[in-house]
Design a protein around this ligand. Structure first.
Ligand code: ATP
Length: 363
């Protein structure tokens, strides 16, 4: 549905986008995820036609769109700040964009009704903006974009103004809505949980470049580099000795964790005899009395943070320079472990991931 080829965008000497190549399929919920200033909004606005790439090609539904203004592209955009008109009621806000289509009044009314139903605002057509909650206002903005039946809906941080609970509800709703209408959604967000929860695929961006494109699970579990791993969530980074380099695989040793065989990520280069590997905190667990596990080692609790249903524990392991963090549910008493407690730690060898060098990946 969207093909982006070698897109670059410069503002004077500043390069906001470098060599962007991306293909987004029809019906896909695709997220552009990255920290502030990484270029995700510039890329979204280039698809919309509000920005013009300095070079490269953008095709939407098979057609090169460079020469087309935003209102002649088969896309519509939902902005962060809703941008709904305060003096118009909900139905008139939705009708606004339809006016230029000059539909007959019955068809216009039918389309507005359909859009109201899609965003679950059925009975609220006559309400004014100030009579709506933040979530309802955001739904009006969505309905106003959907009523024009775009092939692609572009969403620029659409949930960032909502409080945490409402944001989580709307994430679920937005995902459901995308499934119902079946069109391509491209979402810009700096919130990794939002991207993980909603997307079919995610492109992680840093410094104007795409660092990795993958499904949520793959990008979380198999990040290509240390920076991607850290941006997606907690990760324990460990330095490992390379024991054997066997083409697609590497065997490494990390202190008491022993030898681990790992798949080399795309573009991975070994430098010297050492590698950085990572393991997510939930891939480590405490062995309680009576539990056994083929992969376990001794550790000592040095810090803990209680979060209600889970506890984060920092543990020291002999022979490792830095402590490692693990996340335990509190169902078995992790919240009662005192600092200083000696524990057995089990780990999942499949949870280790080999991490590439960020600087090399950006070249
Ligand atoms: P945020 O989440 O903060 O919106 P972003 O990842 O969406 O960040 P962009 O808005 O795409 O980032 O901006 C990318 C870079 O380009 C930033 O460093 C920004 O300052 C710069 N930039 C964006 N628009 C312009 C402009 N019109 N002129 C000059 N620089 C710009």
């Amino acid at each position: 549905m969207i093909e982006i080829r070698q897109v670059n965008k410069s503002y004077g000497i500043y390069k906001a986008l470098t060599d962007i190549d991306l293909t987004i399929s029809s019906g896909e919920f695709f997220s552009l995820l990255g920290p502030s200033g990484c270029g995700k909004t510039t890329l979204l606005r280039s698809i919309a036609g509000f920005e013009h790439p300095s070079s490269g090609e953008i095709r939407i539904d098979g057609e090169e769109v460079s020469a087309r203004p935003p209102n002649h592209r088969p896309v519509n955009m939902v902005f962060q700040n809703y941008a709904i008109f305060p003096h118009l009621d909900v139905a008139d806000n939705i009708a606004y964009g339809l006016k230029r289509l000059r539909l007959d009044p019955t068809e216009e009314k039918r389309r507005i009704g359909e859009a109201l139903e899609q965003v679950r605002l059925g009975p609220l057509g006559k309400r004014k903006s100030h009579e709506l909650s933040g979530g309802q206002r955001q739904r009006v903005a969505l309905a106003r974009a959907l009523v024009l039946r775009p092939k692609v809906l572009l969403l620029d941080e659409p949930l960032s103004a909502l409080d945490k609970k409402l944001r989580e509800e709307m994430q679920f709703e937005l995902r459901q809505l995308q499934k119902t209408v079946g069109i391509t959604f491209v979402l810009v967000t700096h919130d990794q949980y939002e991207a993980l929860a909603m997307s079919d695929r995610i492109a992680v961006m840093f410094d104007g470049r795409i660092a990795q494109v993958a499904t949520p699970k793959e990008i979380y579990q198999r990040p290509l580099t240390r920076r991607i791993a850290a941006f997606l969530g907690g990760m324990n980074f460990l330095s490992a000795d390379i024991i054997a380099d066997q083409g697609a695989e590497l065997v490494v040793r990390t202190g008491k964790f022993g030898e681990v065989r790992m798949e080399k990520p795309r573009g991975f280069q070994t430098e010297g005899g050492r590698a950085t590997i990572g393991i997510r905190p939930e891939r480590l667990r405490i062995l309680w009395e009576g539990d056994t596990d083929a992969h376990s080692l001794s550790a000592r609790v040095i810090n803990r943070a209680y979060f209600g249903e889970i506890t984060h524990l920092d543990v020291a392991i002999e022979g490792l320079e830095h402590s490692v963090t693990l996340i335990e549910t509190n169902a078995f008493g992790a919240d009662d472990l005192p600092v200083g407690a000696e524990v057995r730690l089990a780990y999942d060898p499949d949870g280790f991931v080999l991490l590439g060098d960020d600087a090399a990946a950006a070249r």
